[in-house]
Design a protein around this ligand. Structure first.
Ligand SMILES: Nc1ncnc2c1ncn2[C@@H]1O[C@H](COP(=O)(O)OP(=O)(O)OP(=O)(O)O)[C@@H](O)[C@H]1O
Ligand SMILES: [Mg+2]
Length: 134
């Protein structure tokens, strides 16, 4: 797997979420993603950036344009040093929320991408990696 381009952005405000949406859209366009796939990865990024801000107390996201043989993809890694997620299976269930949301962010995101991975430890933080292949 070859890394074509990468960028790390801070997530500290709602304005940062907008900048992340724009950067993810730009990466997806450069990878010649279809309009549908652009929208899917931007939506996923938006949900995870929001969670990083609202529950993780802010953090960072790394955007990576990848090439694996003939395949091209976009990998996004969200990291915070917030409270962590005690029960990951529960957090992934449709409708589960501790913040009065719809509880559809994580479950919806998982359905929009090809790879989805969460590592989280209570009191240490959360790292979520998603990849969308063309
Ligand atoms: N980075 C995080 N750190 C700690 N807890 C998190 C983090 N991301 C998600 N969670 C927990 O997982 C739950 C489910 O997240 P999800 O995004 O699915 O729903 P929501 O944010 O509550 O609502 P919605 O995204 O639909 O507005 C959250 O309510 C929160 O308890
Ligand atoms: Mg959410």
């Amino acid at each position: 797997m070859v890394l074509q381009r990468s960028e790390t952005m801070s997530i500290q405000s709602a304005a940062d979420v907008v900048l992340i949406r724009q950067a993810v859209r730009q990466f997806a366009i450069e990878l010649s993603f279809s309009l549908v796939d652009q929208t899917k990865i931007v939506t996923a990024a938006s949900e995870l950036a929001r969670n990083t801000l609202d529950y993780g107390g802010g953090g960072i996201v790394k955007l990576e344009a990848l090439e694996a043989g003939m395949r091209r993809g976009l990998r996004l890694t969200f990291e915070d040093t917030g409270p962590g997620i005690a029960d990951i299976d529960l957090a992934l269930k449709d409708g589960f929320t501790t913040g009065g949301g719809l509880g559809m962010g994580l479950s919806g995101t998982k359905r929009l991408v090809n790879e989805f991975n969460i590592v989280s430890h209570v009191g240490e933080g959360t790292k979520i990696t998603i990849t969308k292949w063309k």
